[in-house]
Design a protein around this ligand. Structure first.
Ligand code: GLY
Ligand code: MN
Ligand code: MN
Length: 464
C-alpha cells in the first residue's frame, strides 16, 4: 500500500482534533474506533478487504486489525492519538503484502503513538483508567462489545486500588455521522472523480448493449471501466436488469438475455479511494424507446427534474421527494396507470399513497463513503420540551451530497394498461448541495431519451 496524500492526512488529523475537542467539552474521555474485520468467503478464501468507514475517516489507514484510540486528557494533560496496528512480519508480508507496522504508521500517518495490536489488551485498559467517558461504536458488533467489556473489566479490577472506570458510554458514531454528512473539498473532489468514472462506465454499457447479450456481459463492461480508471471496487452490487427484472428493486446482474424491444436498467457505481458513486440509467436494449417506454421515461425524467429544482440549501430534505412524487402521481393518473374513477384526484392519490404501487422507494439518500451514507435526515437531537411527534426534516446545507433517483415500476395486472407491463425505469444522479443550484456530478452519461438514443445509434457498427 502506498502512503496516502498529505491533504488526506491533514484532514484526518483535523477530524481527530474535532473528536478530541468534543470529548473534552463533555468532561474528557477516550474514544475507541476499530476498523472492520476481515471476512472469510469460504474456507480460507476471504472477501476483498474493505476498511471501516469511520476508522478510515479518522485515519486514512486501510490495513485490517487496527484500532484508533483518542484520549482527551484532563486539564493540563495533552491529547493523544494512538494507533494499534499489525506488527511488521516478514513471512506474512511475503504472503499478504506490505504492512506499515506501528513505527511506519506513526511516522507516515501522524499519530502521537502507535503500538502492535497484539499489545492492546495490556496497553488499552490503563488509558481508560480514571476517565469519565468512553465513546465507541456502541453495540455495533459483538466483537467490539466483547473487547470493550474485557478492557473495562481490566480497569474495574483496579477498583480496590482506587482506580475508577468510565461511568458513561456514548456512541461515537453520533458525532462522526454529523461530521461525515458535510463533505470537505478533498472529499468532494474524490466523489466527483468517482462519479465521472461511473458515468463513463454507464456510457460504455449503453454502447455495448444489443439484443442477445446477457446482463452479466454489461456488468463486465462496467467493472472493466471502474477498474481501468483506478477504482478499487464497486460501491455496491451492480444491478443490470433486463426487461421485467427492472421491476425487482434489488435485482443483481444475472444471466437473463437482453431482448430487442425491452429496456435495460443499470444501477451501478464505483468506489474510489473510499468514496461511493451511485448512478442509474435505463435505456432501450436496441437503442430505440417504444412509445410506451418513452412516455414513462419522460415522466420519470420530469419527476427527477422537479426534485433537482428543489435540491438546494435551505430546503427541507423531504421537499425534493415530495416534488418528484407529485409529478409521478399526476403522470400515473394521466397515463391510466391509476384509474381516476377509483383513485380520485391528484390530492386523493397523494393522501392515500396509492402511487406507491408503482413508486415504492424514496427519491434519494445521503451519499459518501457508504452508498447509503450516514447522517440524520431529520433535525438532529431531541424535540424541544413539550413537543411531540416526529422531528422536522432537516434543511439541506452546502457540502451535503445526496442522490436524486425517482422511478416507476409496473408489474402486470388486469387493471393496468398492458402496454406498460413489465416496464421498470429509474433515473439516478448524484448531487452536491451548494448555496445555489445543486451540482450534478454524474451527468457524464446522458439522461434525456433523445441523447441516449443518439449515443446508442452507432451500436452494432464500428463505434462499439
Ligand atoms: N444503488 C443503491 C441505491 O440506489 O440506493
Ligand atoms: Mn441510490
Ligand atoms: Mn443506485
Amino acid at each position: 500500500m502506498s502512503a496516502p496524500e498529505s491533504a488526506l492526512l491533514g484532514a484526518c488529523r483535523d477530524r481527530r482534533a474535532r473528536v478530541l475537542q468534543h470529548l473534552r467539552a463533555q468532561g474528557g474521555g477516550v474514544a475507541i474506533v476499530p476498523t472492520a474485520p476481515e471476512a472469510m468467503r469460504n474456507r480460507d478464501s476471504d472477501y476483498p478487504y474493505r476498511h471501516d468507514s469511520y476508522f478510515y475517516y479518522l485515519t486514512g489507514f486501510t490495513e485490517p486489525e487496527a484500532v484508533l484510540v483518542l484520549v482527551a486528557g484532563a486539564a493540563g494533560e495533552g491529547d493523544r492519538s494512538i494507533l494499534f496496528c499489525r506488527p511488521k512480519h516478514e513471512e506474512r508480508e511475503i504472503w499478504d503484502g506490505f504492512r506499515f507496522g506501528p513505527e511506519g504508521a506513526r511516522a507516515t500517518f501522524g499519530f502521537d503513538e502507535a503500538h502492535s495490536v497484539e499489545d492492546i489488551d495490556k496497553l488499552l485498559p490503563p488509558l481508560l483508567a480514571n476517565r469519565a467517558q468512553l465513546a465507541y461504536p456502541l453495540a455495533a458488533t459483538t466483537d467490539i462489545d466483547v473487547n470493550v467489556r474485557r478492557w473495562l473489566d481490566a480497569v474495574r479490577m483496579q477498583g480496590r486500588a482506587g482506580v475508577s472506570s468510565p461511568s458513561v458510554a456514548v456512541d461515537v458514531r453520533t458525532l462522526l455521522d454529523e461530521m461525515r454528512l458535510f463533505k470537505d473539498a478533498g472529499e468532494l473532489s474524490t466523489m466527483r472523480r468517482a462519479a465521472e468514472i461511473s458515468a463513463q462506465a454507464h456510457v460504455r454499457a449503453m454502447r455495448t448493449s444489443r439484443a442477445g447479450l446477457r446482463e452479466f456481459h454489461l456488468e463486465a463492461e462496467l467493472l472493466y471501466e471502474f477498474r481501468r480508471h483506478g477504482a478499487q471496487s464497486v460501491a455496491y452490487n451492480s444491478i443490470v436488469a433486463a426487461g421485467p427484472n427492472a421491476c425487482v428493486l434489488h435485482y443483481r446482474a444475472g444471466p437473463a438475455e437482453l431482448r430487442d424491444g425491452d429496456l435495460c436498467l443499470i444501477d451501478a457505481g464505483c468506489e474510489l479511494d473510499g468514496y461511493a458513486s451511485d448512478i442509474t440509467r435505463t435505456f432501450p436494449v436496441s437503442g430505440r424507446f417504444t412509445p410506451a417506454q418513452r412516455e414513462l421515461y419522460d415522466l420519470v425524467l420530469a419527476a427527477q427534474e422537479a426534485a433537482i429544482a428543489e435540491t438546494r440549501a435551505g430546503v427541507p430534505y423531504n421537499v425534493p421527494h415530495d416534488a418528484a412524487v407529485k409529478v409521478l402521481a399526476q403522470g400515473m393518473l394521466d397515463t391510466g396507470l391509476l384509474d381516476r374513477n377509483k383513485e380520485g384526484t391528484l390530492d386523493d392519490v397523494l393522501a392515500s399513497g396509492s402511487y406507491r404501487r408503482f413508486y415504492m422507494h424514496r427519491t434519494g439518500h445521503w451519499l459518501g463513503m457508504d452508498v447509503h451514507d450516514v447522517g440524520e435526515y431529520r433535525v438532529p437531537g431531541p424535540l424541544p420540551a413539550g413537543q411531540e411527534g416526529e422531528r422536522p426534516w432537516r434543511p439541506l446545507e452546502p457540502g451535503m451530497v445526496l442522490t436524486i433517483e425517482p422511478g416507476i415500476y409496473v408489474r402486470p395486472a388486469e387493471d393496468v394498461p398492458e402496454r406498460y407491463w413489465h416496464i421498470g425505469i429509474r433515473i439516478e444522479d448524484d448531487a452536491v448541495v451548494t448555496s445555489g443550484e445543486c451540482e450534478l456530478i454524474t451527468r457524464g452519461v446522458p439522461v434525456k431519451a433523445d441523447e441516449i438514443e443518439a449515443l446508442m445509434r452507432g451500436n452494432g457498427g464500428s463505434s462499439r
